[in-house]
Ligand binder design. Structure first.
Ligand SMILES: [Zn+2]
Length: 281
């Protein structure tokens, strides 16, 4: 396929580890149990439309134990279906608040648990809450992270350096530059443009460049990438598949159909992070 337009699709598989550590108003949530049935449904849908995805799995979920915290058999089914299993930390930690030792520990424990579960390498990472955002080298400053995380905090550069140290090769990132933030405040909308691969401290990264979910804006970024090239990075949470929001199955199915059609027309590559790692090596 000649086009360099590519789709990277992610599901953040949080389970109840993520529910317990929810940072949205109201504190801990109990949606963890929804992850499992909805993931089975996602595996059916992705197979039906022939679109592969990356499931960013909390490492502890791959250890033996019961739902809503564990389901190693389902993690193996995800891998066996041809999707990529990425790490989403060990217990859905808020990474900006970790010091270097804590950071290395969660990255290592998650990689080990997932690799032992699926019997294959896990080289890609998706940070919980999409943070850290703070990345001064990329002109991105997060005052909130600096205020809350304290002295030993982890910024995006520190995260990528630790990922390199622990054997990862890819990271999904979400920082916004100061200029982009100003543009977004003035125009009152999110700036969504095709993304490219950037290397941060030896780690190949792509930025989230569409809103979470599969609304009209996600379709627009997809169409724009198909025309002009570049990467569209979309994602959601399995537990939200029937939540009635932009991650709902009713929004997802037309998006999958659209991606499949563009792919059939030779206008879109369906990528996984492991393809990006291989292409870059
Ligand atoms: Zn998460």
């Amino acid at each position: 396929m000649k086009t360099n337009a590519s789709l990277l699709m992610f599901w953040d598989y949080d389970t109840q580890w993520g529910g317990d550590r929810s940072r949205t108003p109201g504190g801990p949530k109990d949606w963890g149990h929804l992850e499992f049935g909805n993931t089975d449904r996602l595996l059916e849908l992705h197979a039906e439309y022939g679109v592969p995805a990356t499931f960013a799995v909390v490492g502890a979920a791959a250890l033996p134990g019961e739902r809503p915290y564990h389901d190693p058999a389902q993690v193996r089914r995800i891998h066996a279906s041809g999707h990529e299993v990425a790490s989403h930390s060990f217990r859905h930690e808020w990474l900006p608040g970790l010091d270097h030792a804590g950071l290395v520990e969660t990255l290592r424990a998650s990689k080990d648990a997932l690799e032992q579960c699926i019997g294959a390498p896990v080289n890609s990472f998706v940070p919980p809450y999409n943070q850290p955002f703070d990345y001064p080298e990329g002109m991105a400053i997060s005052i909130a992270e600096r205020r809350e995380a304290g002295r030993h905090r982890t910024g995006l550069g520190d995260l990528c350096a630790a990922l390199k140290e622990t054997g990862y090769a890819f990271c999904r990132v979400s920082y916004r530059t100061v200029a982009e933030k100003i543009w977004e405040i003035v125009s009152r909308k999110q700036k969504d443009a095709p993304a490219s691969i950037e290397v941060i401290r030896g780690i190949r990264c792509t930025r989230m460049n569409a809103p979470g979910g599969f609304n009209a804006q996600a379709h627009r970024v997809l169409d724009l990438c198909a025309l002009t090239g570049g990467i569209v990075v979309v994602g959601g949470h399995p537990h939200s598949l029937h939540a009635g929001n932009t991650q709902d199955e009713r929004m997802l199915v037309p998006f999958l159909a659209h991606a499949r059609d563009l792919h059939k027309q030779g206008m879109l590559r369906l990528l996984l992070p492991r393809d990006i790692i291989t292409e870059g090596s």
